[in-house]
Design a protein around this ligand. Structure first.
Ligand code: APR
Ligand code: PHB
Length: 389
């Protein structure tokens, strides 16, 4: 097989890049380790920055998003029984859109089908060859048969556990990582959201988040220890703990119900540098991970895709390699700002096992400053709705 851009990974990054390229007449082939059903079975955060909304419109697959997504002009932050609102639209003139990442991925697959996109599933033993040459190629197996894709460029969109990042030699690559000493226990329930906006809660018992997917599908999280297990939590126990971590007036109106999904996710901050090696370009979770507190995972993947897409268009349409040569530096500049915001928000909102009384005072002072300062709220809003590309 031969294509212009070979894309490893059929998650949001790979599918979005493929669809954007297609709209510019640039060919790509996506190879994915899992089945489509497996990919679409992942439950992930659903807060979209305007930049991502714009890319999905450019990719021709924002119809359902506009029909079913919820525009959120702000978010609620609570600590103890105090609760205040950060008004994004008032402070920075932009809202966010709440729409499940699973739905984004589904819309991208549907768009790929409609445009005759080539996505090869169930691939194994993917190897990137000659990434430092101008004729890289992939080899991989499907049903035991060896396959090869010759291409001009390789986009490594294969997530944190993929092979792309590890193709960059250790002597070239530098990884930066912070592991947080807790996880998030998440529950999905067919119940109306407790509030029409998200509630991020700092409580002495630990962090909690009240989110949603639609008017009758809610997503809730509580901070838990890393050695905890979903099996340790009955639905009733989860609801009782959540109620103890959010303001009493919200807890009183919380509609509970059976969980339809219950899982624990660890939290980490991770960045690899550089995000390019020859004609291999990393996008999304293949290059960086954020704690979900700031909902920056999908949105930062989207900004990588934006930079790489535009660089590839410049190469094929104008013969310019400038965008490709500056991709890593440009993408990393925005990645590190998203990492900072996610780390800051996580540090402010969670209980840390080893934190001192002074640390707790700093957390409350941070929250008090955010509650009382328009400048602090504007800074948070700028980051939450998404910094410019
Ligand atoms: N070969 C082919 N595909 C692979 C390989 C491989 N060796 N390794 C991993 N994959 C696939 C995974 O099965 C997954 O479907 O690559 C895809 C990577 O998708 P994501 O992990 O979703 O990463 P990304 O597309 O960058 O999206 C980032 O999605 O996962 C969330 O939290 C993440 O919100 C962030 C966003
Ligand atoms: C979610 O809805 O799953 C969600 C929303 C916001 C976050 C994290 C997760 O910051």
């Amino acid at each position: 097989m031969r294509t212009q851009v070979a894309i490893i990974g059929g998650g949001p990054s790979g599918l979005l890049l493929s669809q954007l390229l297609h709209r510019q007449g640039i060919s790509s082939i996506v190879i994915e380790r899992q089945t489509r059903e497996h990919v679409l079975g992942r439950i992930r955060a659903g807060v979209l920055e305007q930049g991502l909304v714009g890319l999905l419109e450019q990719a021709g697959c924002a119809g359902r998003l506009h029909a079913e997504g919820f525009t959120h002009d702000g978010t609620l932050i609570s600590y103890g029984d105090q609760m205040f609102r950060v008004d994004f639209t008032e402070l920075v003139g932009k809202p966010v859109v709440v729409y499940g990442q699973t739905e984004v991925t589904r819309d991208l697959y549907d768009a790929s089908d409609a445009s005759g996109g080539q996505v090869i599933h169930n691939v194994e033993n993917v190897v990137i060859h000659d990434a430092k040459s101008d004729a890289p190629f992939l080899t991989f197996e499907v049903a035991g048969e060896m396959q090869r894709i010759d291409c001009d460029f390789v986009a490594g969109c294969d997530g944190f556990h993929g092979i792309s990042r590890k193709t960059i030699p250790d002597a070239v690559r530098q990884d930066f990582e912070k592991i947080y000493p807790f996880g998030w226990l998440g529950v999905l329930s067919e119940t109306p959201p407790v509030n029409h906006e998200l509630i991020y809660a700092n409580s002495p018992r630990g962090f909690a988040l009240c989110s949603m997917r639609n008017a009758n599908l809610s997503r809730y999280y509580i901070q838990c220890s890393l050695d905890d297990s979903p099996a340790n939590w009955s639905d009733d126990a989860f609801w009782e703990e959540l109620k103890r971590r959010i303001p009493a007036d919200q807890a009183e109106t919380l509609v509970t119900g059976p969980s339809i999904e219950k899982s624990i996710a660890p939290l980490r901050s991770f960045v690899t540098e550089p995000m390019q090696w020859g004609r291999l370009f990393l996008c999304g979770d293949a290059a960086h991970i954020v704690p979900p507190t700031g909902a920056k995972g999908l949105n930062t993947a989207a900004s990588d895709v934006n930079y790489l897409f535009n660089a590839l268009v410049d190469f094929y349409q104008d013969g310019s390699s400038d965008g490709l040569e500056s991709y890593s530096a440009k993408a990393l500049s925005r990645v590190w700002k998203a990492e900072r915001f996610s780390w800051w928000f996580t540090t402010m909102m969670h209980q840390f096992p080893e934190q001192s009384e002074f640390d707790l005072k700093m957390q409350i002072a941070d929250l008090e400053f955010l509650r009382s300062s328009a400048a602090a709220q504007k800074a948070m809003a700028e980051n939450y709705v998404g910094l410019p590309y």
